[in-house]
Design a protein around this ligand. Structure first.
Ligand SMILES: [Mg+2]
Length: 435
């Protein structure tokens, strides 16, 4: 499996920022200051936390300021190369084509004026999986229903059927999110000074069935206009400058039921989207946490793919289904952190890259630490909530109070030793009423 450290990230930063002119007279859009630091720093911090190390910035307007500020990236432990837009405006496609000599065979492309907090490991996994069945690019898409802009993507389940930004139709429920992956060869057929829009390549690939997709669930932010800049500033202030408490919630047996698995003949986590059933009251409990000012983070071990019971794509699909269903009912989960690993290969294991001694499988606290690095969490008022001893041990290791869901049976007590949950709740509703 390709890892972020191996993948080049190309960032379109050349825009003039005309709608933001009162802010961009003195500096390029990516460097507009938000809560004390340049806008693009927020996105770059996200990407470096995922492990990306190789960047190419496509710069034009006030290029020298971007180069002076970011340099070669060495002070951040990354490498940054630059490609310069010329006098002639070449569009997004032309800007990428101009950088062709710097590009590797496959690359991630995003915009320097957008904040896109998605699961980038999933992006790489889905791109690689898509390529194995003939795709040459990946598009991230968000269920939109004309919320942010005109929807422009037709999806059928996880399959991208059509992308067309010029001819919107009623079937288009999704919008392109702004993070894509491409084969370099897609840009080789254009001449160096040809102006073109990447949307034309995207449309063409969608019609040929060569565009794979990743459905994302979290909204994007961009700073194209004073109103959207104000919106991101408010978001950044809440997330990065202020500190808020969190509930770290286990998934199976807390939010959704454990189900009977015919293949393994045991009670197990859902291994298909159709098997996912919300527990009564889970939705309302998540709303209650949010109303009380908590972040809600799902912290879940999902070794099903590593054990060969399903594949990683399906595990991602199940999470997407859960987050999307909750969000449509006004119960927004702020983030989900999943450990898909298992330490031991089994005879039926297919996705062998999932077999490893990781630091994220509960009872280890790696997922909670990952959440802490991403958000400014007030740990003194936060809780870990779960229905197994691994949840209680993980919370205890981090030093936060724990809520055990269910009946604490003797066999569990034995596993817990001296570590006892702070509180025992009947279910998530009970927990939400007692934090
Ligand atoms: Mg559980």
């Amino acid at each position: 499996m390709i890892s972020p450290a191996d993948v080049m990230v190309v960032v379109l930063m050349g825009g003039l920022g005309t709608r933001l002119k009162e802010f961009t007279k003195e500096c390029p859009k990516s460097l507009v200051e938000v809560c004390g630091k340049p806008f693009f720093d927020y996105q770059l911090d996200l990407l470096t936390a995922w492990g990306f190390k190789k960047f190419v910035f496509l710069i034009g307007y006030k290029a020298d300021m971007i180069e002076d500020y970011y340099g070669n990236g060495s002070d951040r432990g990354i490498s940054i190369q630059y490609s310069y837009d010329g006098e002639k405006l070449l569009g997004t496609g032309g800007a990428v084509r101009r950088a062709l000599d710097l590009l590797e065979d496959d690359f991630l492309l995003l915009y320097g004026d957008s904040f896109m907090d998605i699961d980038y490991a999933q992006t790489l996994y889905r791109y690689q999986k898509g390529k194995a069945s003939g795709a040459r690019a990946l598009m991230t898409v968000l269920r939109n229903n004309n919320r942010f802009d005109k929807s422009n993507v037709v999806m059928n389940g996880n399959d991208l059927i059509l992308y067309d930004k010029k001819n919107p139709t009623a079937e288009m429920e999704y919008i392109d999110y702004g993070v894509c992956m491409y084969e370099r060869s897609l840009f080789e057929g254009f001449s160096k000074d040809e102006a073109f829009d990447i949307a034309d390549i995207q449309h063409d690939l969608s019609v040929k069935g060569q565009m794979t997709a990743q459905i994302v669930t979290k909204r994007f932010y961009e700073i194209g206009s004073p109103a959207s800049l104000a919106e991101f500033t408010q978001y950044a202030k809440h997330r990065f400058c202020e500190s808020h408490p969190a509930v770290f919630v286990d998934r199976d047996g807390v939010i959704n039921s454990i189900v009977w698995n015919d293949d393994t003949e045991q009670l197990d986590s859902p291994m298909k989207v159709e098997q996912f059933e919300f527990l009564p009251g889970a939705l309302e409990a998540i709303r209650t946490f949010k109303e009380k000012g908590y972040y809600v983070f799902v912290i879940t071990n999902q070794p099903g793919a590593a054990k060969g019971k399903t594949d990683l794509a399906t595990l991602y699909d199940i999470n997407t289904y859960m987050i999307d269903s909750l969000s449509q009912k006004g119960a927004d989960i702020d983030d989900l952190f999943m450990c898909p690993h298992y330490p031991k290969e089994l005879p039926q294991t297919k996705e062998k890259f999932l077999i490893r001694e990781c630091d994220c499988r509960k009872p280890k606290p790696g997922l909670i630490y990952r959440a802490m690095r991403k958000y400014n969490i007030d740990l003194s008022k936060s809780f870990m909530i779960g229905d197994s001893c691994t949840d209680i041990i993980a919370g205890n290791t981090v030093g936060i109070p724990t809520i055990f869901i269910g009946d604490l049976k003797c066999d569990l007590c034995k596993k817990l030793g001296d570590i006892m949950p702070t509180f025992i709740a009947k279910d998530l509703t009970d927990a939400s009423n007692n934090v």
